[in-house]
Design a protein around this ligand. Structure first.
Ligand SMILES: [Zn+2]
Length: 145
């Protein structure tokens, strides 16, 4: 989660909402990183999780990320929760809860929907305060401007 937080901080350099993600391989080492790049790239799908999952798949030369863990500073949205299911990650670890758009337990629970054939384990609210503070700080600063 510390590496994901570093990614989140780096996202702010391009004026992007500070959300960072990493993918851990089956051995627990970081194999890919991603940060929110929506403003930087003008891509509506450039969320930290999608970027990290794509990089991990490229690294492993497989779309199947079985045994991997997606770590992200903010509860994934519907798109990213869906991407994590499609990538077959074993585990999703997230920091701050997203009551407005979270799809891993808050507003929806896409990853534990029994109708899906793959359901990753979820570990919520790891370093939640630190992850959330970064977002509060970012939006607070924007309001002042
Ligand atoms: Zn997302």
């Amino acid at each position: 989660m510390r590496s994901a937080l570093a990614e989140a901080r780096a996202a702010m350099e391009s004026g992007d909402v500070p959300v960072g993600a990493v993918v851990l391989g089956p051995d627990g080492h970081v194999i890919a990183t991603g940060r929110n790049e929506r403003e930087l790239t003008g891509d509506p799908t450039a969320h930290a999780e999608v970027i990290a999952l794509r990089a991990a798949a490229e690294r492993l030369r497989s779309w199947r990320l079985t045994g991997c863990t997606l770590v992200v500073t903010l509860e994934p949205c519907t798109m990213c929760a869906g991407a994590a299911v499609l990538a077959r990650v074993d585990r999703i670890v997230y920091g701050a809860v997203d009551l407005k758009a979270g799809a891993v337990g808050s507003l929806w629970d896409v990853v534990r929907d029994r109708r899906l054939n793959h359901r990753p384990e979820v570990i919520a609210e790891i370093l939640a305060e630190e992850c959330g503070a970064l977002l509060t700080e970012f939006f607070g600063r924007r309001r002042v401007r």
